[in-house]
Each structure stands twice: as structure tokens, then as C-alpha cells.
Design a protein around this ligand. Structure first.
Ligand SMILES: [Zn+2]
Length: 90
């Protein structure tokens, strides 16, 4: 199974269990090219909330097929590391 795919613009797409939605990474991130055990760097910081309210934050590393949430995430998986979901099933 693959955990990441590319959309029509060439962005990397993967599912986020913390937010329950997809997140994206473009060419600014390095990618190891492994769909089953993807690693991106540097970390990804997504502002999930809606302007102008204070943003919900999803901040994480993707390493070796796992998503490592940092402690400043505003969802319940803050500080935890979980497997990235199958992108075709997400
Ligand atoms: Zn997220």
C-alpha cells in the first residue's frame, strides 16, 4: 500500500489522522521517493483554522512512513507518533 501520492500539480498528498483530512507538501520539501515509507523534511506546519480566528495548528514530521506530531498541535494526537494511513483508503 502507498501512504503518499502526487496530485495533478505534483504536490505530495497524504492523510492526517489528527485532522481527519489530507495535507500537502510541494517541492519545498525533500522527499525520499518511497511511497510506502515516505520521509519529508523539514517539518510541516499546517494552519488548519479559518482566518481571522486563531489558527488550529497541525505541526509534524513525516519520517519512515510515520507522522510525528509535535506538542504545539491543537488536535488530540499532539506529541504522539502514528502510522500514516493508506492514502487510497483514507
Ligand atoms: Zn493534520
Amino acid at each position: 500500500m502507498r501512504k503518499v501520492r502526487r496530485n495533478d500539480e505534483g504536490w505530495l498528498v497524504f492523510g492526517c489522522p489528527g485532522c481527519g483530512c489530507m495535507h500537502y507538501a510541494d517541492q519545498r520539501w525533500t522527499y525520499n521517493g518511497d511511497e510506502e515509507k515516505p520521509t519529508f523534511s523539514p517539518s510541516i506546519n499546517v494552519k488548519v483554522g479559518h482566518h481571522p480566528d486563531p489558527p488550529d495548528i497541525c505541526h509534524f514530521f513525516v519520517r519512515d512512513g510515520r507522522i510525528e506530531y509535535l506538542s504545539d498541535c491543537t488536535h488530540s494526537l499532539a506529541g504522539q507518533t502514528v502510522e500514516l494511513p493508506d492514502i487510497d483508503e483514507f
